[in-house]
Design a protein around this ligand. Structure first.
Ligand code: GDP
Length: 314
C-alpha cells in the first residue's frame, strides 16, 4: 500500500504516473482542503477536483483546473446579476459543486461525498480529504501605501482574484488546531509501505495537511518511508506561486529549501537533473537526494518519475 500527500496540479500529474506503475487500488491520496471555499452558495474543493478530474482523464489540457471541453454559460449568466465571477466555474464542473453541496447539506461528510464523486468518475484509487473539518488557508499581505498596513485574504482571493500579486507577510491555517484528520487518514499513513509527498506547493498545499494534528507526528515516526518530489526546479516553481510564498516565509526557493522544510519527516527527496549540483547541499541537511527528470511533460515521464520515487525508499 502507498499513501501520497497532494495539492492540486503538480500532484495530479504525479499521481497519474503513479497509478500507471502500481495497481490504483493500492494507492491512497490525502488531499489538501485548505483552498476550499464557498462560491455562489456552493462548496468548492479545488485540489480534490483537480486530482479527481486528472485521474479520470477528464482534465482540461491547458488550464490545469477544470474539465476538458468545458463551457462557461452559467458564469456569463451570473454576471448579469452583478455576481462576482473572478473565480471561473465551468458549466459541467458546477455539477460537482452542486452535488457536493447538496450532500453536505444532507449531513454527509466531505470524505463520504468525495468517495461518491471519485467512484462516479470510475477512479480506482482512493482519495481522502485531509480533514472533514473546515481548515481555511489565510494569507496576510502588505496592503500597500505608506503606513505598512496589512490585510488578510482567503487563499483564492489572493491567488485568483489578486493574481498572487500582494506581497505575502504570513500564512495561517484557520481551524487547523481543532481539525481532526479525516477517517482512515492516519491509518493510511501508518500502514503505507511508502509515503510520497507529491510535487506540490510546500506552503499552501502540503503545509495545511501537516497542520492537521497527528499527521506530522505519524510522518516523523515513519520518516525512513517518506520520499518527496521537489516542486522547485532551478530555483523556480514549475508553475504557480510557490516562490511568492516560500521566500517571505524564510524558505529558500530551491530544492535545498524544500529539503530543509521537509527534513524532519522526509528521509529522501527526488530533485531534478537540472539541480544535480545541489545534491550535496540537500544531503548535508540529512536528506538523501535522488536525481531524476522531474518535469512531467507527458504521462511517460510522470510514470518513470513515479518508478524512481518508489525505488528511492524501497
Ligand atoms: P495547486 O494547488 O494547483 O497550486 O497545486 P500543487 O500545489 O500540487 O502544485 C503546484 C506545484 O507543483 C508548483 O510548486 C509546481 O512547481 C509543481 N509542479 C507542477 N508541475 C510539475 C512538474 O512537472 N514537475 C515538478 N517537479 N513540479 C511540478
Amino acid at each position: 500500500m502507498l499513501t501520497a500527500l497532494a495539492g492540486g496540479v503538480g500532484a495530479a500529474r504525479f499521481l497519474d504516473g503513479l497509478v500507471a506503475v502500481v495497481p490504483p487500488e493500492q494507492v491512497t491520496t490525502v488531499v489538501n482542503t485548505g483552498d476550499d471555499d464557498e462560491f455562489h452558495g456552493l462548496w468548492v474543493c479545488p485540489d480534490l477536483d483537480s486530482v479527481t478530474y486528472r485521474l479520470a482523464g477528464a482534465q482540461h489540457p491547458e488550464t490545469g483546473w477544470g474539465l476538458a471541453g468545458e463551457t462557461f454559460h452559467t458564469m456569463g449568466a451570473l454576471a448579469r446579476y452583478g455576481a462576482p465571477t473572478w473565480f471561473n466555474l465551468g458549466d459541467r464542473d458546477l455539477a460537482t459543486h452542486l452535488y457536493r453541496t447538496q450532500r453536505l447539506n444532507q449531513g454527509a461528510s466531505l470524505s463520504e461525498v468525495t468517495a461518491e464523486i471519485v467512484g462516479a468518475w470510475g477512479i480506482r484509487s482512493r482519495l481522502l480529504p485531509m480533514s472533514d473539518d473546515r481548515v481555511a488557508t489565510r494569507i496576510t499581505v502588505r496592503a500597500g501605501g505608506p503606513d505598512a498596513a496589512t490585510e488578510e485574504l482567503a487563499m483564492q482571493e489572493w491567488f485568483v482574484h489578486r493574481r498572487s500579486e500582494p506581497p505575502v507577510v504570513s500564512v495561517r491555517f484557520e481551524g487547523a488546531e481543532t481539525a481532526r484528520p479525516a477517517p482512515d487518514v492516519l491509518e493510511a499513513l501508518e500502514m503505507a509501505e511508502t509515503i510520497v509527498v507529491c510535487p506540490s506547493n510546500p506552503v499552501i498545499s502540503i503545509g495545511p495537511i501537516l497542520a492537521v494534528p497527528g499527521i506530522r507526528d505519524v510522518l516523523t515516526a515513519r520518516r525512513d518511508r517518506v520520499v518527496g518530489v521537489s516542486p522547485i526546479i532551478s530555483g523556480r516553481p514549475v508553475r504557480g506561486p510557490a516562490d511568492r510564498l516560500m521566500g517571505p516565509l524564510g524558505i529558500e526557493v530551491s530544492c535545498v529549501g524544500v529539503a530543509d522544510a521537509y527534513r524532519e519527516f522526509c528521509s529522501t527527496l527526488v530533485i531534478d537533473a537540472a539541480d544535480a549540483a545541489l545534491a550535496p547541499e540537500v544531503e548535508a541537511l540529512g536528506v538523501r537526494a535522488i536525481v531524476a527528470d522531474t518535469v512531467m511533460r507527458d504521462a511517460r515521464v510522470a510514470a518513470t518519475l513515479a518508478r524512481h520515487t518508489l525505488a528511492a525508499v524501497a
